[in-house]
Design a protein around this ligand. Structure first.
Ligand SMILES: C[S@@+](CC[C@H](N)C(=O)[O-])C[C@H]1O[C@@H](n2cnc3c(N)ncnc32)[C@H](O)[C@@H]1O
Length: 260
């Protein structure tokens, strides 16, 4: 990222650090469950590691099983949704991990970096407490039909605020990057999960489980969503995206970053 400092995303600047999920975390697990294909990719990346720290662990999605796992999560609303069988959890933030140097084999961070107040400091902490780092992140501003055709204002929330993949690689001192393509029936309802199920974006509960939508007043996205609704009803979305309908998975900018 050169000398440019990443700033927290717009909404996060309006909400006290770590407080965003107090608002949007309610009912999170209804639409946000681990997708088994992504679980398999993460498991591969963890390799033979035994001691794992899961940072920004949320309700416990993607928490590895059969390994010694400790979780870190700041939001009480998310903590309350962790199943009783989930790993032991410490309330805390990535930027100040309460563990000694090299306490873990791997520090894992899944779709959480964009929420950290100081992601560079958080990544430094991941490097301090673990020999390896496994991070699932996304490229801010990556081309996606929903943003380019209907809600261009969403792009502005990320670009210049969320660390790019190259920023993350640099902060980790070099890393291998691979693409996590999004299956057409992705179980985990993150932002681009519904790329082949466009009507899902019209549902309020689906949008409520996607932090990108929490960063912008609902009335600001309504005109774009009404246009999507009309295009779905008329068949023009389908006609315009015949190429997508032939795919089973899509590169929507999600990247697995493995360092150490
Ligand atoms: C999209 S959720 C992802 C949760 C989980 N990793 C998953 O994949 O389901 C992002 C999580 O990051 C947490 N978070 C926000 N700020 C954080 C920080 N500074 N340090 C660690 N976690 C943070 C949020 O509370 C939330 O639980």
């Amino acid at each position: 990222m050169g000398s440019r400092e990443a700033r927290p995303a717009e909404h996060d600047r309006q909400v006290a650090p770590g407080r965003l999920y107090e608002q949007i975390g309610v009912g999170y697990t209804r639409h946000r469950r681990p997708d088994p294909r992504i679980v398999a990719r993460l498991d591969d990346a963890l390799g033979a590691a035994r001691r794992i720290l899961n940072v920004g662990a949320g309700a416990g999605s993607y928490e590895p099983t059969g390994r010694q796992v400790v979780a870190v999560e700041p939001s009480p609303v998310m903590l309350a949704q962790r199943p009783r069988t989930a790993a032991p959890v410490v309330r805390g933030v990535a930027e100040a991990l309460p563990f000694p140097d090299e306490r873990f084999d791997v520090a894992l961070a899944v779709l959480t970096l964009q929420h950290w107040t100081d992601p560079i400091a958080g990544l430094r902490e991941l490097r301090r407490v673990a020999r390896r780092q496994v991070v699932l992140h996304y490229e801010p501003g990556f081309e996606y039909w929903l943003t380019s055709e209907y809600l261009p204002q969403l792009r502005e929330l990320d670009v210049g605020h969320v660390l790019t993949v190259a920023d993350v690689v640099a902060a980790l001192g070099g890393a291998a990057v691979t693409t996590i393509k999004v299956p057409h029936d992705c179980v985990d309802g993150f932002f681009a999960a519904y790329w082949r199920r466009p009507a899902a974006y019209l549902e309020r509960s689906v949008r409520d489980a996607i932090s990108m939508f929490a960063r912008i007043p609902d009335e600001d996205v309504q005109p774009g969503l009404r246009r999507l609704d009309r295009d779905l009803a008329s068949g023009s979305w389908r006609d315009g995206h015949a190429d997508l309908l032939e795919l089973d998975e899509l590169d929507a900018g999600y990247r697995l970053i493995v360092a150490g």
